[in-house]
Design a binder for this molecule. Structure first.
Ligand SMILES: *Cc1c(COP(=O)(O)O)cnc(C)c1O
Length: 217
């Protein structure tokens, strides 16, 4: 096995182990490989090993890297996971089938407009500022119900909630809180968990984990 294939294998194993502990099905968890800052050659090793879902933080970087790869591997699925400017909405909709960082009305409007123009509506996750951090992206918890109403009134398919917990020793309470919010709002999708905490996220209900460094290093 190549290094990339064995790293992929070990993450899949970690997901399965965590899912089994929580009496969940491993197939209910999608692994998104976060390929920001990684080269096309590094990405292709993972594609060769069978990985198909990839996440990028910046539209410009993704736009430079992915169109050529998508041409060669048309079955890859791209996920936008970083803060998104409304003026990049059209590029984003061309590239990404799923957007994990929808957090404000102006961006919702821009994505709906771009989707109509491009002829493709992205699936969205609403990002929640789960630690109420000043500088973080994500809709404030107090504003979540109203914002979800807006998204549900739009043509964009709403998959669920996404969050990046505050840096610190223990992400689990934040994962549990996001899971509770998702249940309260009858949403199935939960985009939580990165290299350091994806097992905990799976135990607490993640349906998508976004793993970068553990897959590439
Ligand atoms: C970079 C990034 C990740 C992946 O982080 P790793 O710790 O490298 O696994 C996941 N989610 C978001 C939003 C990111 O920006």
């Amino acid at each position: 096995m190549t290094d990339a294939a064995s790293r992929l294998d070990s993450i899949h194993q970690g997901i399965s182990d965590a899912a089994r502990l929580a009496r969940r099905l491993p197939e209910a968890v999608t692994l998104v490989a976060v390929s920001k800052t990684r080269s096309a050659a590094e990405i292709e090793q993972l594609i060769a090993a069978g990985q198909r879902d990839f996440g990028e933080s910046r539209v410009q970087e993704a736009d430079a890297k992915w169109p050529a790869l998508v041409e060669r591997y048309p079955d890859v699925r791209l996920h936008a996971i970083g803060r998104l400017q409304s003026n990049k909405a059209e590029d984003a909709v061309r590239l990404f089938g799923t957007i994990h960082s929808l957090d404000r009305s102006s961006l919702l409007r821009a994505l709906v407009q771009a989707g109509a123009k491009v002829g493709r509506l992205p699936t969205v996750y609403v990002q929640v500022n789960i630690g109420d951090e000043q500088q973080k992206g994500g809709v404030a918890m107090a504003d979540l119900p109203g914002f979800l109403d807006q998204v549900r009134a739009s043509p964009l398919p709403l998959a669920g909630l996404m969050a990046i917990p505050p840096l610190g020793p223990e992400p689990s309470p934040y994962f549990a809180l996001l899971a509770k919010l998702a249940r309260r709002h009858k949403l199935d999708g939960l985009s939580i968990g990165m290299s350091g905490d994806y097992r905990a996220a799976v135990m607490l209900g993640a349906t998508v984990v976004r793993v970068g460094s553990a897959l590439f290093e």
